[in-house]
Design a protein around this ligand. Sequence first.
Ligand code: DX5
Ligand code: ZN
Length: 215
Amino acid sequence: MQKIVVAPSILAADFSRLGDEIHRVEAAGADWIHCDIMDGHFVDNISFGPEIVRIVRGLTNLPLDVHLMIEHADRYVPRFVKAGANSITIHVEPEAKHDVAKTLQQIRESDCRAGLTLNPETAFDLIEPYLHKIDILLIMTVHPGFGGQPFRADQMHKVRRARSLNDKIDIEVDGGINAKTAKLSIQNGANVLVAGTSIFRSNDYAKTIRELRGE
Ligand code: DX5
Ligand code: ZN
């Protein structure tokens, strides 16, 4: 059984005091910081870009887990690498408009961990060919674009399938993760929990993170 990794998504943080928020989740036991990058094209929202990632890099030594919900990820990978990303996850859907195999290779050559993800509507078959060429598989448990959406338990079959095919890989879940849905995800084989709302909207970050781990 892999160690459970908790990765707060700063999308739900209070950006007027981002430094304080990062320090608070770090002190509360966060393992990675999840950065959600949205371009208004691949998803219907715009979040932030490499400059904010660079600022976050200056605030913490925790690994920065960058989730690119953007078109043409290959154009931007070098900028996120330079900004200090430790892992970069890209989307497999054709709408992301890039050559998935090439972008994964580009990420690896940059000494970053390579992640691949798929939307709830996307068939598992699309990511299966890459399963032994990536470090992280991210199973979206909401349609990406916005924090605070309800968890989709109907995605757990993908987690189970991935875990049955590769027991070494990090399997991450993202969207609607709280103590209850974290437990279900872990039972199905996930070991990395992304959580925005449940952590940053709670009064006690340390308690919430412990509960996510099932402690
Ligand atoms: C979804 C993002 C998630 C999101 C999770 O578009 O990829 O990382 O911020 O947010 P919560 O935990 O609020 O569902
Ligand atoms: Zn994300």
